[in-house]
Design a protein around this ligand. Structure first.
Ligand SMILES: Cc1cc2nc3c(=O)[nH]c(=O)nc-3n(C[C@H](O)[C@H](O)[C@H](O)COP(=O)(O)OP(=O)(O)OC[C@H]3O[C@@H](n4cnc5c(N)ncnc54)[C@H](O)[C@@H]3O)c2cc1C
Ligand code: SF4
Length: 479
């Protein structure tokens, strides 16, 4: 039973009305669960168990998909869940938000033969949600705690996955995070309609129960230095993600009611989590009854348009300078947004924000696609004298993210970064150029995916373990 349903059935035991409602909920639950079980089993048994599992190869975690599909088809869900957890720290999260059309499902042999993919993501979610409901997922019990400790900077999926893997091995782990809640973009970036917040909190609570320490509201570089962490712990992982929004430097950019995507999404997520959000209550970051324009064509832009429509915006338009075929985001997300009534203005580029104090409209120019550039994508070119105006009460900029200047923030100018500002690591050991300091997730890859962050976190844990074992031996020899 879902947690929402559990809450609903926990109302006053004495009331006859409550008993009636409960019975109806139970009847519904039974029919619904039977339906879902049947659907999941039907889908799982569609897997042809082909010799070369392309789905598994194209899953960044190389999940043993054919085997857990077989177990699910046979109704052996506990074993399926154990298998899913052996390669993934949050299968229920990936099942919900991986762009499966580009990963496992896009490479399913049945999909390739034109018969529609096995719905791998939904089954992964179903297996793990069932395991949570049945109480099969338990906190880690460390038999003998080791005397070495690891500091993890950032409690997003990369940091959480690394923490869990190290804790399983018995290490002491502390996560330092500047947000007030753990989860990183899982909690404040990705909207609730894609990833319910109780799903994230359930996981982070389990990690707390496993003995991992969480230090929230601690910004490394401000409240504590990287050097302090190196002194206090035996190894450090940097998993800080990428948060610097890319800007649109156009005339009128200082008008009010123009916001970066994360400001808009964080306010909405905080509201959903039950926080008091002044900027939402006073209407500043609430799209209700407003003409909303979102600039950008990636997944973050799709999350913004779909959040705005759920806040009862008057109209929601998405401006993108290429066409639908050349959008960077998942096609499935674009289709979802179109179905929900979002208007896409393809081949359009904002030229000027207009208004006196607040933005009231945008001047936009039309584009056409020219020859392909070095990346193979067709380059957008301006169509002369094609300007037009669109009304806007609120504009959201969703043009992607860059890394913050970590060498400066951490006061470690010698920390090596790439030309894009991402941290340089030894790709085999995941260690930075500072001994004992490792890095994983978006801060290494640039803005990427949850499943890749989990993969990096797990790989980092393997390397940190090796590093700590060598360090221990060296200490023993030196003593
Ligand atoms: C709006 C949005 C929607 C997305 N949707 C999807 C999706 O549907 N599917 C998908 O697979 N991916 C999605 N992504 C991408 C995905 O969320 C990221 O790739 C993933 O979260 C990266 O994980 P991470 O652990 O590297 O970093 P993050 O999740 O960003 O976590 C980093 C953590 O580090 C903390 N931190 C940063 N600096 C410091 C500091 N100095 N001191 C202490 N703590 C610090 C932050 O507070 C944060 O908690 C989306 C991203 C965005 C922005
Ligand atoms: S983790 Fe993502 S890519 Fe891998 S099987 Fe699950 S949904 Fe597919």
């Amino acid at each position: 039973m879902s947690e929402k349903m559990l809450k609903f059935t926990r109302i006053d035991q004495q009331s006859p009305l409550k008993r009636k409602v409960e019975k109806r909920v139970d009847d519904f639950k039974e029919v619904y669960e039977e339906f879902i079980n049947k659907k999941a089993q039907e889908q799982s048994s569609r897997c042809s168990q082909c010799g070369i599992p392309f789905c598994q190869i194209h899953c960044p975690l190389h999940n043993n998909i054919p085997d857990w599909l077989k177990l699910a088809a046979e109704g052996r869900l506990q074993e399926a869940s154990q298998l899913a957890h052996s390669t993934n720290n949050m299968p229920e999260v990936c099942g919900r938000i991986c762009p499966q059309d580009r990963l496992c499902e896009g490479n399913c042999v049945i999909e390739q033969s034109g018969h529609g993919t096995v719905t791998i993501g939904s089954i992964e979610k179903y297996i793990t949600d069932t395991a949570w409901e049945k109480g099969w997922i338990k906190a880690i019990k460390v038999e003998k705690e080791l005397d070495q400790s690891v500091a993890i900077i950032g409690g997003g999926p990369a940091g959480l996955a690394c923490a869990e893997e190290l804790r399983k091995l018995g290490y002491k782990v502390t996560i330092y995070d500047r947000y007030d809640r753990p989860g990183g973009l899982l909690i404040y970036g990705i909207p609730n309609f894609k990833l319910e917040k109780f799903v994230v909190e359930r996981r982070t609570n389990l990690l707390k129960d496993s003995g991992i320490k969480f230090q929230q509201n601690v910004e490394v570089g401000k409240d504590i230095s990287l050097d302090n962490l190196k002194e206090k712990h035996d190894a450090v992982l940097i998993a800080t993600g990428v948060y610097k929004p890319r800007e649109v430097n156009l005339p009128g950019r200082n008008l009010s009611n123009i916001f970066p995507a994360m400001e808009f999404l964080t306010a909405s997520n905080r509201k959903g989590l039950g926080d008091k959000v002044k900027e939402f209550e006073n209407g500043t970051l609430n799209a209700q009854n407003k003409n909303v324009v979102v600039i950008g064509g990636g997944d973050t832009a799709m999350d913004c348009v779909r959040t705005a429509i759920r806040q009862n915006a008057k109209s929601v338009k998405c401006l993108y300078r290429r066409d639908k075929e050349n959008m960077p985001g998942s096609l499935r997300e674009v289709n979802n947004a179109e179905e929900e009534g979002i208007e896409f203005i393809w081949l359009s580029n904002p030229k000027k924000f207009m208004g006196s104090e607040k933005v009231s409209s945008l001047l936009v120019e039309k584009m056409k696609l020219g020859a392909a550039d070095s990346s193979g994508r067709k380059k957008p070119e301006v169509i002369e004298n094609s300007d037009f105006e669109i009304k806007a009460d609120i504009v959201i900029k969703a043009l992607g993210f860059d890394p913050e200047d970590l060498p400066r923030l951490f006061n470690h100018q010698n920390l090596l970064v790439s030309n894009w500002g991402t941290i340089k690591i030894n790709t085999k050991s995941m260690e930075t150029n500072i001994q004992g300091v490792f890095a994983a997730g978006d801060i290494v890859r640039g803005a990427s995916l949850v499943v890749w962050a989990i993969r990096d976190g797990r790989d980092a844990a393997t390397s940190i373990k090796k590093y700590l074992e060598v360090k221990k031996l060296q200490n023993i020899k030196a003593a």
